[in-house]
Design a protein around this ligand. Structure first.
Ligand code: ZN
Length: 160
């Protein structure tokens, strides 16, 4: 068995919701929001910048395909199922939170990669986060991914 968590998931074929020739996807066990999915290259590779052009294409194809899956899935059922055998107490908390949200079809998405430890990567196997967003899920979503550095989301109204 592999020592890499994502390689192991692929070898065991556990919880895989999508697969193309070079990528697979699973629902994140610690969902930031209902439907949070990770798109992962089958080949063990750490960085986005190690991908070949065919992989770049299939990574993006996976994003398009996974969006469709998320939007046609009863997400409540997904988290109820995860809660039957939660991988940790922390995962249980995140899944309960996702169910409390009573998810419907997403209103938007944040799509991103934590490229490097400095950017917050915790698993050294490339993965693209697909994070569905719902109107009202946070008080003010302005700036979206700019909020990875707190306070830097809204660039329009800075007072000098
Ligand atoms: Zn791996």
């Amino acid at each position: 068995m592999s020592v890499c968590r994502f390689c192991e998931i692929y070898e065991r074929k556990e919880g895989i919701i999508y697969e193309n020739e070079l990528f697979f996807a699973q629902y994140d066990k610690f969902p930031v929001s209902p439907g949070h999915t990770e798109i992962i290259p089958i080949r063990h590779t750490i960085s986005l910048f190690d991908l070949g052009m065919q992989e770049v294409y299939l990574q993006h194809k996976a994003i398009f395909d996974v969006k469709r899956i998320i939007e046609n899935t009863d997400l409540n059922q997904i988290y109820k199922q995860m809660l039957r055998e939660p991988i940790s107490q922390s995962s249980r908390y995140f899944c309960h939170r996702a169910i409390r949200h009573k998810p419907t079809k997403p209103d938007g998405y944040n799509i991103g990669i934590n490229e490097g430890r400095a950017a917050g990567r915790t698993i050294d196997h490339l993965h693209t986060h697909i994070i569905p967003r719902y109107v009202g899920d946070v008080e003010d979503p302005i700036g979206g991914i700019r909020n990875v550095i707190p306070g830097m989301g809204d660039y329009r109204n800075i007072k000098f």
